[in-house]
Design a protein around this ligand. Structure first.
Ligand code: OOG
Ligand code: NI
Length: 455
């Protein structure tokens, strides 16, 4: 019998190979990694409690390998093949994001690992967008784009073979895994050669920069790779001195004692010389840098409150500097409870329950009420980290790097069904995943205390 390496091992190898490739391609990315590592080190040094908490949540180890990337593809065939490619690495489509409302003609999902162990090992995720050709107004341009896309294959023949092999064997051997990593990396590599002449590029670019980016190249070059910081305000402050020019405003919620969801900022794309077919030559801007800070996942109720407060703040933050923007945001978000106990009691965020050392020693006892068990230190409730994305923030990141102002929405609406049909599978609902994690952790903790799970 052949020994197969785990899907998680393959994901770990792939994400590291991708990071190495991106460091070669985009030198500023290496500077960014160093800056994030430095600030994380300082933050943990200043706040040993945070270090302890991350350690207890299995998050300290993953911090240094944690990345998310993003790609954009043009056809259903490309998207469904990507689904199969990511499955080899234990990454599955979670969440549906419609960005047409924000003036970006794509809809998206995030491929990511799902279970606790996989997330603790390496939570590598890739925000993957499918171009919505139907939103291109001109029928001629639409057809031209479709024709160009139909003529390319973004996967190497060996990558296709290894994906099929992995599906047949339910995994790959050590040597096959290394070949798979090398071959699939080709799909994400930057190609200096465009597939079209500059006139075609410019015509598509005039319709939307993103359309040119998706259609005119041999593959869906990874457009950013994002490390996770523990203090995004500090990294943003230090970026200019390190030679990076961040976008003005940090997207998402403000700084809080209990971080929620996701905060993000990015720096502008590189302008890269591109070899077009034909005489005329030019450049393309595709790749940029981004950092993120993650907080607790919100329940539907918490998310509704976040969306309401964000909408409220939007009317007051237009055109502000980051410092003013953050001040207004903090003011508006004063209405969002900011202690773990309140977030939990009001059902705003997801928590994971674990028996403490004292709980294990106590074993089955008289106390059956959860709140009392927590008070007595027998059970601990820990915030579950948000593993997904935010469409409004994503639109802000797209906009700032595409140079658009985000004012023009597309007439097209969210179309999850069409997305899933192209994908060849349903996307998993992220809230269901968090709720299941919360529920099963609570069941397990109570069961070991001899308490029947509450339904
Ligand atoms: C994806 C932008 C979304 C994020 O972090 O929200 C994203 C893209 O520009 O292709 O990566
Ligand atoms: Ni991103």
């Amino acid at each position: 019998m052949t020994t197969l390496v785990s899907h998680h091992e393959i994901r770990d190898r792939f994400s590291k190979a991708m990071s190495a490739m991106y460091q070669d391609e985009v030198p500023q990315y290496e500077t960014l990694l160093d800056l994030v590592a430095e600030v994380n080190r300082e933050t943990l040094g200043r706040d040993p409690e945070l270090a302890e908490r991350l350690e207890a949540h299995d998050e300290l180890n993953r911090l240094s390998v944690e990345r998310h990337g993003a790609i954009r593809v043009g056809t259903a065939e490309e998207l469904s093949m990507l689904r199969r490619l990511f499955a080899v690495m234990g990454m599955y489509p979670v969440g549906y994001y419609d960005l047409s409302e924000a003036g970006v003609p794509v809809h998206s999902t995030a491929f990511r690992p799902i279970d606790d162990e996989a997330l603790a090992r390496n939570p590598f995720r890739v925000f993957t967008s499918l171009l919505r050709l139907e939103l291109i107004e001109s029928p001629e341009l639409r057809e031209r784009a479709a024709g160009i896309l139909a003529a390319r294959d973004i996967f190497t023949p060996s990558a296709r073979e290894l994906i099929e092999l992995s599906e047949r064997q339910d995994g790959l051997t050590d040597e096959q895994a290394d070949r798979f990593v090398a071959e699939s990396l080709e799909t994400f590599r930057w190609h200096q050669d465009a597939t079209v002449d500059l006139d075609t590029y410019e015509a598509l670019h005039a319709e939307h920069r993103l359309i040119a980016d998706v259609v005119c190249f041999h593959g869906p070059h990874i457009n950013h790779l994002t490390p996770r910081t523990l203090d995004i305000d500090e990294v943003q402050r230090r970026m200019p001195a390190a030679g990076m020019n961040p976008k003005e405003v940090i997207e998402g919620p403000p700084h809080r004692d209990c971080p929620i969801l996701l905060r993000q900022t990015s720096f502008k794309a590189l302008e890269e010389p591109t070899r077009f077919t034909g005489e005329r030559q030019g450049t393309h801007t595709a790749r940029f840098g981004e950092i993120e800070q993650r907080g607790v996942a919100l329940t539907a109720k918490g998310r509704a409150l976040y969306d309401r407060l964000l909408a409220e703040s939007r009317q007051r933050t237009a055109g502000l500097t980051n410092a003013e923007h953050q001040r207004v945001l903090a003011e508006v978000f004063a209405d969002f409870p900011d202690t773990e106990a309140e977030l939990r009691h009001q059902g705003l965020a997801f928590f994971e329950y674990r028996l403490t050392e004292a709980g294990r020693e106590a074993g089955a006892g008289a106390e059956t009420e959860l709140e009392k068990l927590i008070e007595q230190g027998l059970v601990a409730a820990r915030p579950i980290t948000y593993e997904d994305f935010l469409p409004v923030s994503a639109a802000g990141i797209f906009q700032s790097n595409l140079g658009g102002d985000g004012s023009e929405a597309y007439a097209g609406h969210a179309n999850r069904e069409a997305f899933e049909e192209a994908l060849g599978a349903p996307v998993t609902d992220e809230l269901t995943l968090y709720a299941e994690r919360e529920r099963s952790s609570l069941d397990a903790a109570l069961t070991s205390l001899g308490i029947p799970p509450v339904r």
